[in-house]
Structure formats: C-alpha cells, structure tokens
Design a protein around this ligand. Structure first.
Ligand code: WT7
Length: 650
C-alpha cells in the first residue's frame, strides 16, 4: 500500500458456513433474523436503540430520547440515569448468577483465584469506599497502572460506581508516558502495584510511578497493591497500601445513578501527529455497545468460560474483559502473564484447565503460536472451545486457517472483529451463528453500523476496489471527544469528509458486501496489534542528545505485522556506532515503553525530502523493506540521499 493509492491484492475464495449445531444454540441463529434487525437498526435507529437500551441495561431513571445528534457531537439515551458498575454487578445479585464466577484469575506463577459476582461486588464496594475517602468523586480522574489482576478490574468498576473517570495506562508504558497522560487529564489518584509477573520476572510498576509522579502535581495519593512482594519505596503522606485501605472500610456502598453521558473513561491512543489522544467514552452508550456486541458476536451464555487475552490497558481489555462480559453476567478468565511462560502452551493448558469455551486473541499472537510449533497445541485437547475471535489487525488467511484447524478443530466459528479505541465496541464482524466467513475478512457490519469505502473525492469506489474506510451515522459507543481537545477531535475524525467518521484505515468491499480492512493509511503503525504513532517515536529519538533528525517507518514483519525501522541523522561530531544504535533503541523504550523499541536503527546522512521539506516516507518504507525505490521521485529534493541510503543496504 503506498501513500497515494490503496490497492488491495488479496483474493480469498474459501467460505466457511456456521454449522447447524452452532446455529441452533446461537443467540442469533439465522441470516434472515440478522438482515431484519440490521435493516431496522439503520432505517429506524431510534426505535432499534430505544428497545435495546431498555432491554439490555438497567436504569435508575428512564431515558427520554435515544439520540441527540449535532454532528459531530452525539448524546445517547438523553435524560436517562444509570450506574455502570450496578449494571455489571448489582443486577446479577439475587439471581442464579450471584454465586457463579465473575472472574477466574490465573497469575503467571500459577496462583488461581475465583471471584463470584457476589464477591466481586463486595470488593468493588469496598474500593469505592476507599476512593471516596481519598476524595474521589464524580468527574475526578483516576489513573490505573496495574498488572492484569482482578484488582485492576475492581479499580475500574469502583471508579465507575462513583461516577469518576478512569484512565488505564498499559503496564508496558514507561514513566514518561505515565507522566504525560496523568498531566494531560490531571489525575488525582494513581493506582498501581508493587509489580506484576511477566516471563518469570517482576515488572517494576511502582518505581515507574515514583519517577512519573515526581512531575505530576495533580496527584494527591498513590494506592499500591501488594502483588509480588517486591520491595518498593513508600512516600509518607502520599503512598498507601491497598490492603490497609480496604481493611478500614465497609463492603457495602450505596451507589447513585449518573447521567447517561457522564464520562466513564479516557483511554490514550496514538495518532499520526503530536501527543497521544485522550479518547473519551461516556456511560450508557458505551455500556450498551459493549453489552450488545458481547451478546451477539461472542454469543455469550451463562455456561460459558470466556477468555480474552488482551491487557486491560487497551480498549479490548476495557470492552471485552470488563464491561461487556460482566454486563452479560459471564464468567471471564483473566490471565496475568506471558503466553509462553513457563512453556509455549500456557494458553492451551489454561483452556483445558478452566474449560474455556470462547477464546479471543490477536493475529500477532496467532502467528507466534504458529512459529512455536503445532506440537505444543496438540498436547492439549481444547475440547471445551466453541468459538474463536480475532482483533487488532488484519488476520492473514494463513493464520486464519491455522487458527481454524489447530485451535478450532474445524468446528469453532471464527469472529474477526474490526473496531478501534474510538469506536468503543465491535463495528464489523461475523455473527457466529449467522455469517458465512471468508479467511481475512471481518465480513458484515454490526447493528447500526454503515461502513463506506470511498475515494479521495468522497465517492463510493466500485466493489472490489480499495479506498478509505468511513462510517456513516453515529453509534452508541462512539467516542464523544478527545479529552481537552475538541478541535483535534473534529479535525481528526470528522473533517476528511463532512458528515462521515474517518477511521484512518484502508479497505475494500467485495462482491458479497464483505469488508476487507487492509491497514492504516496514515502515519500510524500497527506493531503486534498496538497502534504506534510515528511522530511519537520520532520525538522520542530527537530528545536524545546525539540525534539531529529522525524518521520512522514500518517494515512488513511476519510476526509483528509491522516492525519499526528508524532512520537517524546524528549531530555533527557524533559518531554513528553500534553502541549508539543500541542506546537509541533503549532510549525509545525508556521514553515510550518497550512496545515501541525500534527493531532496526539505520544511520543516514540525509533523509529523502520533497522540495517543501516533507519527509517522503514512501521512499523510506521501500528502503526499509529492502526493495527498490519505485514510483515517482520527481518531487524529491536530492536523489543522492536515496542512493546513499540504498548503498548502505548492500
Ligand atoms: C486499528 C485500531 C480494536 C481493539 C484493538 C486495536 C486495526 C483492529 C482489526 C481487524 C483489521 C483491525 C485497524 C484499526 N484493526 N481490528 N479485525 N481487522 N484491522 O485498537 O489500537 O484502537 O487500533 O486496529 O487498523 O483502525 P486500536
């Protein structure tokens, strides 16, 4: 895919239909039922969402109007009041779900803990009381920087219960990244742990928080969960142990209802320029979007054990580890550590141990499993599985077939779910009892979603041709704005084509109306399913004293989807050594987090630029991929730069 044109080359003809057996038990089991509901959802959206809102959520005060739409600002379920945590917990109490497992937790060292709905409810109430004592109330921001342990979900739900806004920061981010995010949203409290287990080692979360909080004046308290027993420094008057705090408060908490549009969380995500964007989601619409998609896409039943491998630091962890599944009263398996600890079959072992029925993971993980070898899979029965899911990037047909054959034993439908941090919930996906699947396609839109593939002029491209992916019309779980930057919200998502939401992806729609997403079209990379902004990595590089200029591009990578290749011009008098190369890799990891550690650092004397000074990334991409520089180079200021970069390759 070049910068100018989006060409889609994949042509996949295999089709897999849902089995009659799956269809019979599915929450939605026929194509005609889907067609009918979909038609209603796009032709009479207010009627459709009013009914779903009433049926799927429990309200403190009923809403008056499903949608108030003043492009690009939406208000959903206007006039209504509810409590998100009550919807995930309290409403299951006094029912048959009360004593079923809400969360089955497995730590990396092998410790297992189960929390029933009743127990989880008590823990959330307790922690809500703790936060209230720390003077957290409606609208206050709370940062959560924790390992994948039940307390992370408890902290999120406790915020929701108080009407406070959580911002979860992925545990792989560095102290710099914590500082930026906390300062951007002015969080009052940070919740962390003395560490988490990853690949047999302790991830030092608390010391990262210490470094960050030294430069975040808004933070009044730091709550520290004891997870590993790793020694930490506690700062008097600021740092408090989780276990001390919960011991001092009751396990009952009377919740109140909050407005449908009360902010629920901010989640930072990479954009093509500048600092990360604080995507803001609100209460009722987000909860409805995650609840209804969990019900129909994951076909959730009371008997399921559902395992989503995403970290709660990402939107997938918010929507499909915490809010969606719990609102449906499901049993969620939560795992702390790495997929290959102690061995490459950890997931398959856990699936058999807990009787997992639904498994949701990312293509990058699937490609890693493939590389580790089939034998690790074949040692386990995986008999309990009935449904598989994929998210985060396009799944290549080969990985799809492997997933289908080795993990699903050809009997489990695969739902390839396309969505984004900004969309809050799944937008395009097969419904497992409904949609015939094609390996590599996320197939058909979910209720209320109208995807359009358009060209530069905003015209619909012919079936089968590539273009930019847009969504027409608002949906309940859409982002409401970017925290503190509504102008950027309008510019980024709503100005590419007036009236349409711009997703930033390239796609095509085939002759059957199936959507094929081919990847990002802006300067955002997708590395192992994580969005990384090239601008962020570049600014991390130039913050190093030896670097004068830097450009970052992606190179196709079998395992990660894209690998990070950086081109660096050093300052005069600085020597481009092997040591400096390593130092720059570590520097980026320190500034952003190890997920952004460049795979390849290349020193250059100059970068290919247009006469107006814009870096021609297309050329750098071609060089990074080891290919010939093709296409138009007439706008290039100085071709010798390219020749020099290529000569270095040989
Ligand atoms: C971007 C969103 C949604 C949670 C995980 C990532 C890519 C996501 C798919 C899919 C093809 C996909 C897109 C999208 N993407 N799912 N099933 N097929 N591409 O959330 O970090 O907000 O990234 O991930 O490029 O725009 P995110």
């Amino acid at each position: 895919m070049s910068d100018q044109t989006i060409t889609s080359v994949s042509r996949e003809h295999r089709v897999f239909r849902p089995s009659a057996e799956f269809q019979r038990q599915a929450n939605l089991g026929s194509y005609s039922a889907y067609k009918k509901l979909y038609a209603e959802s796009v032709n009479a959206p207010e009627k459709f969402w009013t009914r779903q809102g009433k049926e799927l959520l429990s309200w403190r005060k009923p809403f008056k109007q499903a949608l108030r739409w003043k492009l690009p600002h939406a208000k959903w379920f206007v006039g209504g009041q509810l409590n998100v945590a009550e919807n995930c917990l309290d409403r299951h109490l006094g029912t048959a779900r009360e004593n079923k497992a809400a969360i089955i937790f497995e730590g990396e060292p092998g410790d297992i803990r189960t929390l029933t709905y009743k127990q989880l409810h008590r823990e959330v109430c307790r922690f809500a009381n703790v936060l209230a004592k720390l003077e957290v109330s409606k609208g206050d921001r709370v940062a959560i920087y924790m390992p994948m342990v039940p307390e992370a979900a408890i902290a999120m739900l406790a915020c929701a219960r108080l009407g406070a806004i959580h911002t979860v920061i992925f545990g792989g981010f560095s102290s710099e990244a914590i500082k930026d995010r906390v300062n951007d949203c002015q969080a009052k409290v940070v919740i962390t742990a003395d560490g988490g287990w990853r690949r047999g080692k302790v991830v030092e979360l608390k010391s990262n928080v210490d470094r960050a909080v030294a430069a975040t004046p808004s933070v009044k308290s730091v709550v520290v969960l004891k997870r590993t027993g790793n020694p930490v420094t506690m700062t008097e008057g600021r740092d408090l142990w989780w276990h001390d705090l919960v011991a001092q408060v009751p396990a009952e908490h009377k919740a109140r209802g909050f407005d449908s549009e009360n902010p629920l969380f901010i989640l930072y995500t990479s954009g093509s320029t500048g600092k990360p964007k604080g995507v803001l989601h609100t209460s009722a619409g987000y909860l409805l979007g995650t609840t209804i998609t969990s019900k129909y896409v994951f076909d959730l039943k009371d008997t399921d054990v559902y395992f989503c491998t995403a970290d709660i630091g990402w939107i997938t962890g918010h929507s499909y580890v915490v809010y969606g599944p719990l609102a449906n009263g499901a049993t969620v398996l939560m795992y702390e550590g790495a997929p290959n600890q102690p061995g490459p079959d950890r997931f398959w072992e856990m699936i058999d141990r807990h009787g997992v029925t639904i498994f949701y993971t990312a293509p990058t993980a699937i490609r890693a499993f493939m590389r580790w070898g089939d034998d690790h899979v074949k040692k386990h029965s995986l008999r309990s599985l009935r449904l598989l899911g994929s998210v985060g990037e396009p799944i290549n047909p080969e990985a799809w077939m492997w997933y289908h054959t080795l993990i699903g034993k050809k009997r489990c439908p695969i739902v390839d779910t396309w969505w984004q941090t900004e969309t809050g919930a799944i937008m395009v996906s097969p419904l497992p009892g409904v949609t015939p699947t094609k390996p590599g396609s996320c197939t058909l839109p979910f209720f209320g979603v109208i995807p359009k593939v358009l060209d530069e002029a905003g015209k619909e491209v012919p079936r089968g041709s590539g273009g930019k992916l847009f969504l027409k019309s608002p949906w309940p779980s859409m982002l409401r704005t970017l925290w503190g930057d509504d102008e950027r919200f309008k510019r980024q998502y709503w100005s590419e084509l007036p009236g349409y939401y711009f997703a930033g992806d390239g796609a095509r729609i085939d002759e059957d109306g199936y959507l094929w997403v081919v990847g990002r079209i802006d300067d955002v990379l997708n590395v192992s399913g994580h969005r990384i902004g090239t601008a962020e990595v570049e600014s991390a590089l130039v913050s190093h004293p030896s670097v004068a200029e830097a450009a970052v591009v992606g190179r196709p990578d079998e395992l990660k989807g894209q690998a990070l290749v950086v081109f660096v011009i050093v300052k005069t008098g600085i020597e481009a050594t092997k040591e400096l190369r390593e130092e720059l890799r570590s520097h980026v990891a320190k500034e952003i987090g190890s997920l952004a550690r460049p795979d390849d650092v290349r020193f250059a004397a100059g970068l290919p630029k247009t006469r107006s000074g814009k870096i021609m990334r297309r050329i750098l991409k071609e060089i990074a991929a080891g290919g010939e520089v093709k296409g138009d180079t007439t706008t290039l200021e100085d071709f010798s730069v390219v020749a020099a970069l290529q000569a270095q390759e040989e």
